[in-house]
Write a protein that binds this ligand. Structure first.
Ligand code: PHB
Length: 395
C-alpha cells in the first residue's frame, strides 16, 4: 500500500514537471515491463500429462520465489505443440514472432525440440528445455541461449547396462518407439550393456505414438531373452506395462527401462508395474527433506502426485528465477544473464545439480524398483553423470 501511494505521488510530480509528450513513452515502457514467458508443451496426445506436470512445476518454483522474475511481473503465453514435429517451427514462431516472448520453455518431444532449436538459434530467444533429451540440442547444435534442465536421451540408459549384468541378465531384447528419443536411449543402453559384457538379442521398434504392442510381445515371448529393456513414456508407457503383463511376460522375463517408463503412470498401470527396474535422475522415494517438502507442496497445490516431469519443470522455474535475480531482471545484458544461468547450482528435489559447459545437467542417476505405485530407490547407478556434449561449439 505504502509503495503504491509513493509511486502515485511520484508520478503526479512527474506530470507536473514534464510535458505529456515526454511522459507517454515512460508509461508505455512501464506497461511492457513484464517478462513474457511462453510455454510450448504437449497439452493433448500421449504426452499431455507430461506437459501439464512441467507447467505446474515451473509455476510452483516461481510462486515460491514471490511470483516474479528478477523483480518483474510475468505475462504468460501457451501453445499446445501436440508432440507434432512437423509443426515445431511454426508453433515456436507463434511464441517468438507473434507473442514476442522473452523466454520459451519447451518441450517434451525430441522431434518437436528440433524445431524449437532452429527458432532459438535464429532468433536468439532464451530457450529452456524442460524435458526433450535430443542429443543435438546440447551437442552439435548447442547455443549460448539454450539451456536444458532435464537430461540427454542417453543419460539414463548409460547407467542401465551394468545393473542388468550385475543381476545376471546376459541376453536382452530392446524395444522402443522409433524416433530420436528411443534411438538415442538405445545408444546409451548399447554402450553400457555391451561394455558390461551383455548381448542384445534383438532391437524391436514401432512408430511414435503407436501402441499396438501385441505382435512385438509375441516375438519377445518366442525369443526368450533373460530380460527386456525399453524406452516408452506417458500414456503409451502405461499401456506397454499393462500389455506386457497381460501377455504373461511379467513374471517370466524381467522388464527394465529408461525410468520414464514408470513416471506418472503408476496409478494407470496398477500392479502390472510391480517389480519393473529403471534408471533415472529422480525417484519419488528420495529420502531428503527437499524432496519430501516438494512432494507435499506439489500434491497440496495441484491435487496430483509429482513425477520427474514436475521436477524438471520446477527446476526450469528455479533456473529462470535464479538467473534473472542475478541480473536484477535485466534481460538486455545477455552475456551476463547466460553466465549467471551457467553458474547456478540448482537445489532440486532430485538432488543438487550444476550445468555442464554445453548447458545440460550433471547429475546422479538412481536405480529404482516399482513397489506399490512408487519408484523406490535401490541404489545410485551413476554419480555426477555428464553428457559428452560432443561437437558443441558455443558462440
Ligand atoms: C523425448 O522425446 O525426448 C522424450 C519424451 C518423453 C520422455 C523422455 C524423452 O519421457
Amino acid at each position: 500500500m505504502t509503495t503504491r501511494r509513493l509511486v502515485l505521488t511520484r508520478s503526479a510530480a512527474v506530470v507536473g514537471a514534464a510535458s505529456v509528450g515526454l511522459l507517454l513513452p515512460q508509461i508505455a515502457r512501464a506497461q511492457s515491463n513484464k517478462i513474457r514467458v511462453g510455454f510450448m508443451l504437449p497439452y493433448t496426445g500421449t504426452f499431455a500429462q507430461l506437459g501439464v506436470a512441467i507447467e505446474n512445476g515451473v509455476r510452483m518454483a516461481i510462486n515460491e520465489k514471490g511470483g516474479k522474475l528478477g523483480g518483474r511481473e510475468i505475462e504468460w503465453f501457451k501453445v499446445d505443440d501436440e508432440s507434432e514435429p512437423s509443426k515445431g517451427v511454426e508453433n515456436a514462431n507463434r511464441l517468438v514472432q507473434r507473442d514476442k516472448v522473452d523466454v520459451l520453455i519447451g518441450t517434451v518431444h525430441s522431434g518437436v525440440q528440433m524445431g524449437i532449436q532452429r527458432v532459438a538459434r535464429e532468433s536468439g530467444v532464451l530457450s529452456i528445455i524442460p524435458n526433450a533429451g535430443v542429443h543435438a540440442a546440447t551437442r552439435a547444435l548447442c547455443a549460448p541461449n539454450v539451456f536444458r534442465t532435464s537430461f540427454t536421451n542417453s543419460q539414463p540408459t548409460l547407467a542401465l547396462g551394468k545393473p542388468m549384468m550385475d543381476k545376471g541378465l546376459k541376453r536382452t531384447v530392446w524395444i522402443t518407439w522409433k524416433y530420436a528419443a528411443g534411438d538415442e536411449a538405445f545408444e546409451g543402453f548399447k554402450e553400457s550393456y555391451t561394455k558390461a559384457g551383455g548381448t542384445i538379442v534383438k532391437e524391436l521398434g514401432l512408430p511414435f505414438p503407436n501402441v499396438e504392442f501385441q505382435a512385438l510381445l509375441t516375438e519377445i515371448a518366442s525369443l526368450r531373452p533373460d530380460a527386456v529393456a525399453c524406452f516408452f513414456a506417458g500414456g503409451g508407457a502405461a499401456k506397454f506395462i499393462r500389455d506386457y503383463a497381460a501377455a504373461g511376460l511379467k513374471d517370466k522375463i524381467p522388464l527394465w527401462g529408461s525410468g520414464f517408463l514408470t513416471e506418472g503412470v503408476l496409478d494407470a498401470a496398477g500392479p502390472a508395474a510391480d517389480g519393473i527396474m529403471t534408471t533415472m535422475h529422480y525417484s519419488d522415494s528420495l529420502d531428503t527433506a527437499r524432496n519430501r517438502q516438494f512432494r507435499l507442496d506439489y500434491a497440496k497445490t495441484f491435487k496430483l502426485q509429482p513425477d520427474v516431469y514436475a521436477v524438471q519443470g520446477y527446476d526450469s522455474g528455479l533456473l529462470l528465477a535464479q538467473g534473472l535475480a542475478a541480473v536484477k531482471g535485466d534481460m538486455s545484458n545477455k552475456p551476463a544473464l547466460y553466465k549467471a544461468m551457467e553458474s547456478q547450482t540448482i537445489d532440486s528435489p532430485r538432488g543438487k545439480w550444476t550445468m555442464s559447459p554445453q548447458h545440460n545437467p550433471v547429475q546422479d542417476i538412481y536405480l529404482r524398483r516399482v513397489e506399490n505405485k512408487e519408484n523406490k530407490v535401490v541404489g545410485i547407478a551413476a554419480k555426477a553423470l555428464a553428457d559428452s556434449g560432443a561437437g558443441c561449439k558455443m558462440g
